[in-house]
Design a protein around this ligand. Structure first.
Ligand code: SF4
Length: 238
């Protein structure tokens, strides 16, 4: 399918989400896929809120992009921060970079800095839009365009689930979409600064995320699988 047809399909889905759900939200980490969705939502003035999680450990390039997006599209970006006391307790008990020491310490850091703020951000929203793609990693190979996330009691939409990396970047170039400059320096997937590195040519897209762990663990807990119910875009069931 031609890229513009794919983009039209994604836009139609976003239109449907915006009209069907009183309060829909795009959770953006300002990665390339999230920028495609931001462009579709912002240029078409869709009633979909854009929010991000400021873990307190993001790269400077990501903070710069948040402001560029605000200026470029003239849309508000809701920023959710972790609970200060939880971060202070974690750092006091474990140190500032404890996530390198074990999967458990890494997951508890992600729970404090990402999962809890995400739950707060999603509360009250009926639909959660994400930029997940199947081809991004083994942990995302089963992503569907439309799902139900029972843990957050929300419909979850992944409009770019079947897009390729090439399609994402062609869209970004064709539409002059702002993007994180770290992508030009070998970072295909960008999260917190201490937990993200550049990848080598031929390496998996998410190989630079928590690279010291087994590839099966390389998610932060925001996109838990399996979900209780998985549905496709043509049929919705609770
Ligand atoms: S990605 Fe790293 S720094 Fe960020 S929340 Fe997870 S463990 Fe903590």
């Amino acid at each position: 399918m031609a890229l513009e047809s794919r983009a039209a399909e994604a836009l139609a889905l976003l239109h449907r989400i915006g009209s069907q759900y009183a309060s829909a939200a795009l959770a953006s980490s300002f990665g390339a896929e999230d920028m495609v969705l931001t462009d579709l939502i912002a240029r078409n003035r869709l009633p979909i809120v854009i929010f991000t999680l400021d873990t307190g450990r993001l790269p400077g390039e990501t903070y710069a992009l948040i402001d560029r997006v605000r200026e470029h599209y003239g849309v508000p970006i809701e920023v959710y921060c972790p609970d200060t006391r939880a971060v202070e307790a974690y750092v006091r008990d474990n140190g500032v970079n404890a996530f390198y020491r074990s999967v458990e310490l890494r997951q508890s850091c992600c729970a404090i800095r990402k999962a809890e703020p995400l739950a707060r951000a999603l509360a009250g929203h009926g639909a959660w839009v994400t930029g997940q793609r199947r081809a991004q990693s083994v942990t995302r190979s089963a992503v569907e365009i439309e799902e139900v996330d029972a843990a957050h009691a929300v419909r979850k939409f992944n409009p770019l689930a079947d897009w390729s990396e090439d399609e994402v970047w062609t869209y970004i170039r064709n539409h002059g979409v702002p993007y994180n400059t770290l992508h030009d320096r070998g970072y295909p997937s960008i999260g917190c600064a201490p937990c993200t590195r550049a990848v080598l040519p031929g390496e998996d897209i998410r190989a630079g995320r928590w690279w010291w762990e087994n590839a099966d663990h390389t998610e932060c807990g925001l996109h838990r699988r399996p979900l209780d119910v998985v549905v496709r875009s043509e049929g919705v069931r609770a």
